[in-house]
Each structure stands twice: as structure tokens, then as C-alpha cells.
Design a protein around this ligand. Sequence first.
Ligand SMILES: *[C@@H]1O[C@H](CO)[C@@H](O)[C@H](O)[C@H]1NC(C)=O
Length: 367
Amino acid sequence: MGYTMGLNLLLLVAMVATNILSLYHLSSTLQSKPPLPPPVPDHLLHQLTTIRATINHLTRLHPPPSSTPKQPSTIPSDLLLYTHISTIASACHNYPDLLHKYMNYTPLKSCPLDSDVAESLMLRGCHPLPRRRCFVKTVSKIPNSLPVSPFGGLQDNAVLWNVYKCKSFGCLSPFLGFDMKREKDQLMGYKTDLDLPIQQLLQVAKSHGVVLRLGLDIGGGTGTFAAHMKLHNVTIVTTTMNLGAPYNEAVALRGLVPLHVPLQQRLPVFDGVLDLVRCGHAVNRWIPVAAMEFLLFDVDRVLRGGGFLWLDHFFSKAADLEKVFTPLIGKLGYKKVKWAVGNKMDSSGVKNGEVYLTALLQKPVSK
Ligand SMILES: *[C@@H]1O[C@H](CO)[C@@H](O)[C@H](O)[C@H]1NC(C)=O
């Protein structure tokens, strides 16, 4: 018992130390010497020092006005570039108000209903979010059966609707991916060359000797691509955010894997483990070009040699596709298995002179 208490005390001390350090770094006005952490074991001290060094390092990249003159920079240029466009967890400290709001809860009690605050932070690059010690509210009715098919209906009472304007799946626009009857036909038909129906994808893979086991659908909405592939015994995990609707819940209700990660985050899979990565509508010209380059190279990292990158209806201005995106995609050095360009015919597409690109690209086996 004494041992457990000692351990609890130790953890408490460590927690307090971390919080003190966080507070210190959040208030960049504090220039005096940091509060000395109470005695903690060496490995914890080491961790804290590492966190502190990282934050100090990054703070130096965006120095506060009062800080000492900058030393000659030895920071790798890619780190500089990357911290300007994207996530490193300490991006959290750029949004102290949101972060304080998020962390303002009562430990060991119910969490506030604030999944929207969490997502706001994530979308601003604060990811991974700090952990909390509160109980997230869940629905009171538990599903009494597994989904028979990933295209079965979605049950309204399986979702907490508090943070959404809609209070049922039926209220959401059918174009968002929550209408399962409609989703069953998605990715199946061939109307123009921009389409790559599932059957064709499987055939192309087969004819190229590519075995599809595991893939990732980036910005995959309610997981319809994963749903179709599941029927072919291929596992696809779907990254999706809950922008205005319960996308993550829907993916899960379909018996698929939702990954709640923003577009700018390093993909949470190891190098070379995927056979296929699909980028749907979420990946488009609105992503800054530099961020897009990091995204593509991260896709390259997770793809195995011989694996496929499928850009599905990527849209951009016609001129940019030629001048910017085609050369950018070309940097990967992938083989073009399919490359189809067509005009984007909806009103905003016509107004902005946009085109779609659907490309299936194969990563070379060795470079
Ligand atoms: C998927 O796997 C199941 C069980 O192993 C098998 O019965 C089924 O035929 C497979 N389906 C396809 C399309 O390969």
C-alpha cells in the first residue's frame, strides 16, 4: 500500500511539474528563471527537459518581441518551412485561449460537451491534443446488433447530436455521405474518364500484380470507399473530421475504422506499410502548395514499393494543374497508370475555370 501511495504521489508530482512547465511556456511574458521542478525520477526529468527544449526551440522560431537577439540559425530549413505551414504539437501554444477553454474542466467529473473545441484546436495544428481526465458523455442506448453491412442504415440514437445543428442523419444533406442507399452506388459507376469504379481499380491492381490488403482514405467522409473495399476483404482506414456532422461516428457505425486526424498531420502509420492511399475531395487546390508537397511525400513514406496513390477528382484551376500540380506530383517519380483531366462543370468550377484530375499512380519498387 505504501508503495502504491508513493507511486501516486510521484505521478501527482510529475503531473504538477508538467502543468507548471506548460503554464510557464504558455505565458511567454515570463522571462525569469523557470520554477524548479520538485524532485522527480531521472527519466521523467529527462522527458520534461526534452519537451521544454522543443518548445524553447520552436519559440525561438517565432521570437516574442522582448526576446534576446537571434543567434545565427542552424535550424534545418525544412523544419523552418514545416513549422510555418503545419503541425508540431506545440502549435497549441499559439492558441492559449482555445487551449485554456479546452483544458478548463473538472478532473474526474463529466467532460464539457466540447468536441467542437477539440476539433478547432486540431484544425489549427494543435495535435495531438493534451489528454484529459474527465468522462466523455456517450449515448445512453447501446446498439444491440452489429452492422450487417457497411451500407446498412445509420441509427440516430447512436450519436450525440448536441454540437450539431441537425439532430438526425435524415436532416443532413444527402450529398454529405450519410444516405446509405445513395452511398451504395458511389464509386461504382463509370460516367466519364474521371471515374475509377471499384471493379476497375481491383482489375488494374490485379493486372499490375499489386495485392491490396491495407489502405488509407484521406479525408474519406463517412467511409464509403472503405465500405466498398471491405466487401472485397480489403481493409481501408479513413481519416475524417467532424466538420458540422458526425462523420467519425458514421464511419464507426458502419464497422469501419475512423481516424480523427486533420489533413496536415503526419499520417499515423509506419513507413511502407500501405498498398493504397486514396485522396478524395478533401485534397484539392485549397491546400497551400507547400503543405500539399509535404502531404504527398508523407503518402510516399507510408506506401510500399509498387503501391498505388489514387487522386480521385482532385480539383484546381486549369493553369495551376499544368504549372503547379503536375510538376509537384511528378516529383514523386510515380508511374502514371491512369491520368484523366476534365472540366469541373458545377457553377463554382465553371466560374473559376477549374478542372478535375483523377490519377492512379504507382510507386516504384525501388529508387
Ligand atoms: C472475403 O472473405 C470471406 C471469408 O474468408 C470469403 O468467404 C469471401 O469470398 C471473400 N470475398 C472476396 C470478394 O474475396
